[in-house]
Design a protein around this ligand. Structure first.
Ligand code: FAD
Length: 503
């Protein structure tokens, strides 16, 4: 009977980072992924010959020496990835309905400040103070800065800051408030809930530098998978874990949907922690622990519109748009049927075919799971692609047309550029990532009880660990850092960080 050192359930960013590091360190690793395609949110799909990303529209911190750059360099990704630096003078444009102006976020703090001050000349000190605060908060997170050590005391005092409350406290200028919170869809921001550290860690990485993956983010998972295999690792696709089986207080094997058992000494789950516990039968995991995790709220889901643009028709630009209705920057998710959508994010796909014209556009807006609940008994899995029926198709078409109408206010004539379009709902996310509710970014962070939403990589079973976005931060950077945290339970943390710093 083959026995692995480490079995990893799921091949999202967190799972792949664990697989790459542990296999590099000599562990005999096996990854089992329920989908045909590896990568979780790194998956891409092709429609009408155009590549679309499911969950990676841009990456921060990839300039030489920055945090994601060092992690990617250590993982052997940096010299293999096809990347495109976004416009230095604008990586995100913030647009507020009824205001013709496009407010810009530029790369590099000096540039970021200069561009905002140009639009808000009376708020120079406020904008500087805001940037200093972001940097100060980021400095309290050792791993984010690729330094070892640090304890809770270092972060104490910054975990309890409310993003909206902080921004409101530094300026009374409503427009500036909306602009500073403008791309909060990056973390499904909610007023009076989202902690400022989440805002700071994410925004800082994009201000430091912003990049797009040319031809999609799945190149990250492909390169990591190749390396894991070269290091002797085994990867099974189309292999859904149905049971994690414990005996005498330790996990012995996982059982796949086809009844195959895979044995290992240690187990890492890249599934949502709640889903992991659901398939783990063990008296050693107390009800209180299950209840605590089960009680955590997940972020809202989304409706995604992927547009294949007509050839040589829509000029490519190297930045994203975040558009909101006036007064709605913190409440885009609180829409009604009548006023949906209250905002959206718009991304152009970076393609190796042309830098002059875009071939794909993705528009993302929030959608609550209960809107598609009536079709939740239908599943699109690898082995079983169900037709959800004409009512579902009509629902998606209706929503897509409403969304396009809304986008046309900013981009008049967009319809004339559309060759075809494709949509994804919370059910698509549920089925492709494996969450119950299609949540965009997993567990919601809350400044009012920050510790409640930090999940340790260790579970109540000594050889079962968690990894992935739900541990401390979502995003490719966040999930990669979660992979480091999980690996540090196996390796000496200091030496791992040291290796990454010196990569
Ligand atoms: C729409 C969208 C846009 C985003 N945009 C960006 C962006 O622009 N930049 C950025 O940095 N981040 C972005 N993110 C966030 C980022 O993609 C995620 O935070 C990150 O990729 C999550 O990684 P993870 O390790 O938690 O694993 P996940 O991606 O959640 O993957 C988990 C894996 O586990 C597998 N799995 C689940 N159950 C089982 C089972 N029973 N057996 C076997 N396998 C199983 C799943 O199939 C999946 O492959 C976006 C996310 C979304 C949804």
């Amino acid at each position: 009977m083959e026995q692995f050192d480490v079995l990893i359930i799921g091949s999202g960013m967190g799972g792949l980072v664990c697989g790459a590091i542990l296999s590099m360190e000599g562990y005999k690793v096996c990854i089992v992924e329920k989908n045909k395609q590896l990568g979780g949110c790194l998956q891409t799909y092709v429609r009408d010959r155009v590549i679309f990303d499911s969950g990676v529209h841009y990456l921060g911190g990839l300039d030489k020496g920055q945090n994601l750059y060092q992690i990617f360099k250590y993982l052997g990704l940096m010299d293999k990835l096809k990347l495109q630096k976004m416009d230095e003078d604008v990586f995100d444009k913030i647009v507020i309905d009824n205001d013709e102006k496009e407010y810009v976020y530029a790369q590099g703090y000096d540039n970021f400040i200069a561009k905002l001050v140009a639009d808000f000349p009376d708020e120079k000190d406020t904008i500087r103070q805001y940037c200093d605060k972001i940097k100060e908060v980021c400095s309290r997170f050792p791993l984010y800065n690729l330094r070892s050590g640090g304890d809770y005391d270092e972060k104490a005092g910054v975990l309890e800051i409310d993003t909206k409350g902080y921004i409101d406290s530094i300026t009374t200028n409503e427009k500036l408030r909306a602009v500073l919170a403008g791309n909060n869809a990056l973390y499904a921001g909610e007023g009076n809930k989202t902690p400022f550290y989440v805002h700071a860690l994410i925004l800082n990485s994009y201000i430091e530098s912003s990049y797009k993956c040319v031809d999609g983010g799945s190149q990250i998972s492909k390169i990591l998978a190749k390396q894991i295999r070269e290091n002797g690792g085994v990867i099974h696709r189309n292999a859904e874990v149905k049971k994690i089986v414990e005996e005498n207080g330790i996990v012995i094997y996982v059982q796949l949907a086809n009844e195959t058992r895979i044995y290992a000494r240690d187990f890492i789950s890249n599934m949502h922690p709640v889903k992991t516990l659901e398939i783990t039968q063990s008296d050693h995991i107390r009800m209180a622990f299950r209840k605590r995790l089960g009680g955590l709220e997940n972020s809202i889901s989304s409706f995604t519109l992927n547009i294949v643009l007509k050839k040589n028709s829509f000029k490519y630009f190297k930045y994203n748009y975040y558009v909101h209705n006036e007064g709605c920057v913190w409440t885009v998710g609180h829409y009604t049927q009548e006023n949906w959508p209250l905002g959206y994010a718009l991304f152009l796909s970076a393609s190796s075919r042309s830098q002059e014209y875009a071939d794909g556009m993705t528009i993302l807006t929030y959608m609550r799971y209960n809107e598609v609940k009536q079709w939740e008994h239908t599943f699109n899995t690898v082995s079983d692609r169900e037709d959800r029926g004409t009512a579902y198709d009509e629902f998606k078409k209706r929503k897509a047309e409403i969304l396009i109408d809304s986008v046309e206010k900013k981009f008049p004539g967009l319809r004339d550029h559309i060759r075809s379009y494709y949509t994804a709902t919370p059910l698509s996310f549920r089925d492709y990532i494996g969450t119950d509710d299609g949540s965009l970014y997993g567990v919601v962070k809350d400044y009012r009880d920050p510790l409640k939403t930090f999940i340790s990589p260790r579970t109540k079973l000594p050889n079962l660990y968690f990894t992935g976005q739900n541990l401390n931060l979502h995003g490719i950077l966040g999930a990669a850092m979660s992979g480091l945290v999980t690996c540090s339970a196996f390796l000496k943390n200091d030496s791992l960080i040291e290796k990454i710093r010196n990569a």
